[in-house]
Design a protein around this ligand. Structure first.
Ligand code: IMP
Length: 211
């Protein structure tokens, strides 16, 4: 089955191809002649993934899917959330995004430390966080949604050379003491938020005999 994936990211394309397996031929928007940036202006991950998938459907009327991912940090009230890619600015710079995240968490911790030194009862600041991915699939004009999440915590400093985005500061529960940038691509794909959402989509496609 031929299916268009709303990404230009080679890593994501490879991950999706591996997860979906032999029955699928993944095509990029560029290969369909769609070279402009696909708009993502929604307020939620679902709205953004739907917007990107609908954009492809409107342009090509072919089977297509799009994903949107956010990092939700408990101590920051769920931020950066839908602003994950642009947390530190429109240029989507991974290094500045991670610097900002570690800084914001250190501010919350020092405020909590100050409050407790003044005798205010405070609980230790949690560094719990999760990645959440939403995939929207459109087949014959019908939309289907799939979700995946990865629980873990934000490290105190960066570690590792692999992966992308916030990987060097995210410690998944499945790999204590290691960030996602310290583990192999196979290890990450087996547990990742996007992997789970894509596997759910692949299972659905097989169940309706589309693969
Ligand atoms: P997107 O919706 O997949 O483009 O993801 C939005 C942003 O989330 C990316 O720009 C990355 O900063 C971050 N992100 C998404 N997936 C991952 C991941 O697997 N590891 C680390 N960061 C990620």
């Amino acid at each position: 089955m031929k299916i268009v994936f709303a990404t230009g990211n080679k890593g994501k394309l490879r991950e999706a191809s591996e997860i979906l397996g032999d029955g699928f031929e993944l095509v990029t928007p560029a290969e369909m002649g769609i070279t402009e940036d696909i708009p993502e202006t929604g307020n939620t991950l679902t709205a953004n993934s739907r917007q990107k998938a609908e954009y492809l459907w409107d342009r090509c009327h072919c089977s297509c899917f799009a994903d949107d991912t956010g990092l939700e940090v408990d101590a920051l009230g769920g931020a950066p959330g839908v602003n994950t890619a642009r947390y530190a600015g429109e240029d989507k710079d991974f290094n500045r995004n991670m610097d900002k995240l570690l800084h914001e968490l250190s501010v919350v911790e020092s405020e909590s430390g100050m409050a407790s030194s003044l005798g205010v009862h405070t609980r230790p600041v949690s560094r719990r966080a999760r990645f959440r991915s939403v995939v929207t699939l459109i087949i014959d004009g019908q939309k289907h949604y799939f979700e995946g999440s990865l629980e873990g915590e934000i490290s105190r400093e960066r570690s590792g050379n692999g992966g992308f985005g916030y990987d060097p500061v995210f410690i998944a529960d499945e790999f204590p003491g290691k960030t996602l940038a310290d583990i192999s691509e196979e290890e990450k794909n087996a547990i990742s938020h996007r992997g789970k959402a894509l596997r759910a989509m692949a299972e659905y496609l097989r169940s309706v005999d589309m693969a």
